[in-house]
Design a protein around this ligand. Structure first.
Ligand SMILES: N[C@@H](CCC(=O)N[C@@H](CS)C(=O)NCC(=O)O)C(=O)O
Length: 222
């Protein structure tokens, strides 16, 4: 059985990625949520995740052996190995290499997007203070999406046609562009719309919106 440890659904973009993969591929799991930014958050997370960060996955094998995997992309890679028939990555090896390239590029970069447009499911605004660095990140994400959508349009609505780990890696960026009114091209906007239309994404947002500030403050004081 898979046990996923996540942070606030309103804010934790890294938690969203493996959660989405588990949901979209209908892999059974149960989840525990640890509220971030509380005095004891780190202590709580460290009970599960040696990095002190979420997400973490505690996997229990059929032989009852337990394994902890942390870091969003490492969790996704582990799931891809555990469930090879589900094709979490594209089946074609060239497409898979391409999917890994852009997923790793996402995982290790785009700092301006991360810093200037923090994920918040409750935000809806037009962000205008776009720095040169942020615009460069936005342009690069747009170019990745447009290029892949044009190349694989005949295969389905996602970056490589069928939904894959790659889409889960970019989903929080789509949420941020939507929250902050970031302008992108028609093809890129259609891709954002496809992600936002997923039941799983809607479920995540709904759960995030339940995390009211009052509740968070009460929990901080508790
Ligand atoms: N590279 C990590 C980043 C994980 C990360 O930064 N998680 C944030 C929440 S989105 C966290 O746990 N922050 C709590 C802290 O740093 O104390 C991944 O891909 O999982």
């Amino acid at each position: 059985m898979n046990h996923l440890i996540i942070g606030n659904q309103k804010y934790s973009s890294w938690s969203l990625r493996p959660w989405l993969v588990l949901k979209e591929f209908e892999i059974g799991f149960h989840e525990s949520k640890i509220y971030l930014y509380k005095t004891d958050s780190k202590q709580q997370i460290l009970k599960y995740s040696p990095s002190g960060k979420v997400p973490a996955l505690i996997y229990t094998s059929p032989q009852d052996e337990k394994l902890t995997i942390w870091d969003s992309l490492a969790i996704c890679e582990f799931l891809a190995e555990q469930y090879p028939n589900l094709e979490l990555w594209p089946q074609d090896s060239f497409m898979r290499a391409e999917a890994r390239s852009v997923s790793h590029e996402m995982h290790s970069g785009f700092n301006a997007i991360r810093n200037d447009l923090p994920m918040n499911c409750n935000t809806k605004m037009i962000f205008t203070n776009i720095s040169e660095a942020l615009q460069m990140d936005i342009n690069r994400v747009g170019a990745i999406w447009k290029n892949l959508r044009e190349k694989y349009a005949s295969k389905g609505d996602f970056l490589f046609g069928a939904f894959s780990i790659c889409d889960a890696m970019f989903a929080p960026i789509a949420l941020r562009f939507n929250s902050y009114g970031i302008k992108v091209g028609i093809i890129e906007q259609e891709y954002i719309n496809s992600l936002l239309a997923l039941k799983s994404i809607q479920e995540w947002i709904t759960e995030g919106l339940k995390e009211t500030e009052l509740l968070e403050m009460c929990e901080i004081r508790a």
